[in-house]
Design a protein around this ligand. Structure first.
Ligand code: HEM
Length: 514
């Protein structure tokens, strides 16, 4: 028998077995599955390909928003997935001791060791949270603040340098503020996690890490939506394409950071190591967090604390440049509160800047850095203890549930005119409206798995904004660069839903003047 004949017969038998199997699976998921009555796009009701496709295109949060509008407040967005968009569901899912992160988080575990982010076991997570959380409490932030301020001062100097390097048509050179905030975010986290000066703001040597982080987050997000991608070994492909040299460079950097820290005295830096070293389970007798695990936890700080805060700051600059009235009001508040740039630091004066806080909250609402659906499921030992209820729906065992943060933050039931950047909404005297909004505002998620670094995020964003506005006047760059980051409406026919001026890309250009 020739090879081509053999291949043909093989394919025929594969088709004969595989196609009926596929038909059975699709039929079961559409007509017999416990979630069959929930509406949603047909493809999503029987396959994860739907969510996977949009996750790969980085549009899943927008599509989820559109689908919730189209199909109703609870939709089936995967064979075993339900997405909700109410504040009641938010409480029932995330503020619930019976619920844990979904098994898809296991797909993000690197080198076989779960971190605080992807530890699913209740006890294991509690131990990690108790330990790691110590490095990012309000108290820890007060010790770390001088280091953060030093880095922010470098950031201000970098804006100064970039805007004055050559004169542009408006008298100063346009600056891509997103690039600068990314480097700042990573430098701050490098100090907090490893007590190490990566100096990405001033020296390009370690900037390759930013690209690696972006690929890592993209992969993790895609795998969680479409687990088949990981099963097919896509991550190996990325590693191969990324190349041996960059992997070696990364390992070398990690090695340097760890050995440099270990060569110093335990409490020489205000960093993660110093905050937790006395509580590590050094000999493995207490079943606690071991020294070897600490460095993987530290690595998680880069996406957790770097990427998110950077996105928030980038969004803030974007909206301030687009909403001149907001910009003027904020600049006036900062300049009236502080009489010099050096006096800007954490404390009562900074907290008294209510408009600043309102601007940060509004940016986190309109462009939440974590914008997707954070999947959860019932702990297996809770199955016998009574039904799992979410916003009045009894959730069948094995179902992953979540609330789309982006959709909730743009839900008109909670936020009037949700696509308008309006910090004043947070300063309303109307208690009922304020309570309604706060109940749905969840950029940091909530409950036991909510963000541990909230205090750090607010401190960093407040200091960066206050110092930049104190030193500079900035405007949106004119011409094409001024349009960077604006929503590309071609993707969907939903022009009525999304207004021009909504941040889409993670980039925005501004023109800065002293
Ligand atoms: C604006 C900035 C930030 C936003 C919007 C944000 C948002 C979030 C969200 C939504 C989660 C839950 C993720 C999930 O359930 O899968 C989370 C978890 C976490 N975040 Fe943040 N975050 C921010 C900044 C930070 C910073 C600065 C740190 C400090 C390093 C940090 C540390 C963590 C940690 C350790 C977790 C895991 C918590 C756990 O599972 O116990 N975050 N964050």
């Amino acid at each position: 028998m020739s090879i081509s004949n053999f291949t043909f017969i093989l394919m025929k038998y594969v088709a004969l077995i595989f196609l009926p199997y596929l038909a059975l699976v699709v039929g079961y998921r559409l007509f017999l599955h416990p979630l069959r009555a929930y509406p949603g796009p047909v493809l999503a009701r029987f396959s994860d390909v739907y969510a996977g496709f949009y996750a790969l295109g980085m549009r899943l949060h927008l599509v989820t928003y559109r689908d919730l509008k189209k199909y109703g407040p609870v939709i089936r967005h995967g064979p075993n997935k339900l997405v909700f968009s109410s504040q009641k569901a938010l409480q029932d899912i995330y503020n619930n001791e019976r619920v844990t992160k979904s098994h898809v988080y296991e797909l993000t575990v690197a080198s076989g060791k779960p971190s605080i982010f992807n530890a699913i076991d209740r006890q294991r997570h509690r131990e990690k949270r108790r330990l790691i959380g110590q490095a990012i409490t309000d108290k820890a932030m007060r010790s770390f603040e001088p280091t953060m301020l030093e880095q922010i001062d470098v950031f201000i100097e970098q804006i100064q340098l970039a805007s004055s390097s050559t004169s542009g048509p408006e008298g100063s050179q346009p600056v891509n503020i997103t690039d600068l905030t990314k480097r700042l975010g990573a430098d701050i986290v490098g100090h907090l996690a490893f007590g190490y000066a990566l100096n990405m703001q001033t020296d390009p040597t370690y900037r390759f890490v930013l690209q690696g982080l972006a690929v890592g987050s993209y992969q993790a997000n895609s795998f969680m939506q479409f687990p088949m991608l990981k099963k097919l070994g896509l991550h190996n492909l990325v590693t191969i394409l990324g190349g041996y040299a960059s992997r070696m460079k990364y390992k070398d950097m990690l090695h340097k950071m760890i050995t440099s820290r270990l060569s110093q005295e335990k409490h020489a830096q205000n960093d993660l190591y110093s905050f937790v070293v006395d509580h590590l389970d050094l000999d493995g007798s207490k079943n606690g967090v071991k020294a070897s695990e600490l460095w993987s936890e530290a690595l998680f700080f880069f996406p957790a604390g770097g990427d998110t805060t950077t996105t928030a700051m980038s969004a803030l600059f974007f909206y301030l440049a687009h909403y001149r009235d907001v910009y003027d009001k904020l600049a006036a508040e900062i300049r009236q509160t502080f009489d010099s740039e050096v006096s800007i630091r954490g404390g009562s004066q900074l907290s008294s800047c209510r408009y600043l806080r309102a601007c940060i909250d509004e940016a986190l609402r309109i462009s939440p850095p974590v914008s997707g659906t954070l999947w959860r499921e019932l702990y297996s030992d809770e199955l016998e203890k009574g039904p799992f209820l979410v916003d009045g729906h009894v959730i069948p065992p094995g179902t992953q549930v979540g609330v789309s943060i982006y959709a909730l933050h743009h839900n008109e039931q909670y936020f009037d005119d949700p696509f308008t950047f309006c910090p004043d909404r947070w300063l309303t005297e109307d208690r009922e409206a304020l309570n309604r909004m706060t109940s749905a505002f969840s950029p940091f998620s909530l409950g036991a798995r909510g963000c541990a670094g909230k205090a750090m995020a607010y401190l960093e964003a407040s200091l960066v904004l206050a110092k930049t506005l104190w030193r500079f006047d900035f405007t949106l760059t004119s011409g094409k660069l001024g349009q960077v980051g604006t929503m590309d409406l071609i993707w969907f026919s939903m022009q009525e839903d999304f207004k021009d001026g909504t941040l889409d890309e993670e980039s925005s250009f501004g023109t800065f003047k002293d």
